[in-house]
Design a protein around this ligand. Sequence first.
Ligand SMILES: CC(C)(COP(=O)(O)OP(=O)(O)OC[C@H]1O[C@@H](n2cnc3c(N)ncnc32)[C@H](O)[C@@H]1OP(=O)(O)O)[C@@H](O)C(=O)NCCC(=O)NCCS
Length: 157
Amino acid sequence: MVAIRTVHLEDLPSAVEQIQKWYLHEWPAWYGPGGPGDAQSDLVNCVSTPGKLPKCLVAIDDRDQLLGTASLKFKSPGSDQYPGAWLTALLVPSKHRGSGIGTALVAAAECEAKHLTFSSIHASTTTAHSLLKRNGWAHIDAIWSSGIRLEIYRKLL
Ligand SMILES: CC(C)(COP(=O)(O)OP(=O)(O)OC[C@H]1O[C@@H](n2cnc3c(N)ncnc32)[C@H](O)[C@@H]1OP(=O)(O)O)[C@@H](O)C(=O)NCCC(=O)NCCS
């Protein structure tokens, strides 16, 4: 079992480059050439607003190896209907999956949102259903975004 810690990206700025690569690899249609996303600016925004959203969390092991990431933002598919703190960009590279890192990142995002005095946290996903449900998130809605059905989950904090 890997010992996992989560830190704020602003405390580990050297991770920006690697996380950018992960984003590009996992979400090429959004962050790749011609896509609407800008990985670098998303990450820079997270380090330039200490104590406020957006925030990026990074999971690391006891040798400071990067294991995964998650962000907390105001804007995410579904946030127009449910304003507040949203868990977004949850990502664990494939070689590290299935060891509880995603679960640890979700727990860290919940703590962060609570610390920032939010009373709930939301996420929209096509993939992380069982992970969220297992950790006490409730399915509350579904939306269509760019032709994809996203399920919306909420956890009260
Ligand atoms: C979704 C994602 C973040 C999960 O990360 P992860 O580190 O594999 O998450 P966990 O290990 O905590 O849990 C994942 C699975 O491993 C299992 N697991 C947890 N701890 C485990 C352990 N110690 N040993 C073996 N399996 C374990 C869990 O049961 C879980 O299974 P399930 O969710 O299919 O029921 C990862 O798959 C990913 O990055 N996917 C691509 C991007 C994506 O879809 N992001 C979500 C957007 S909301």
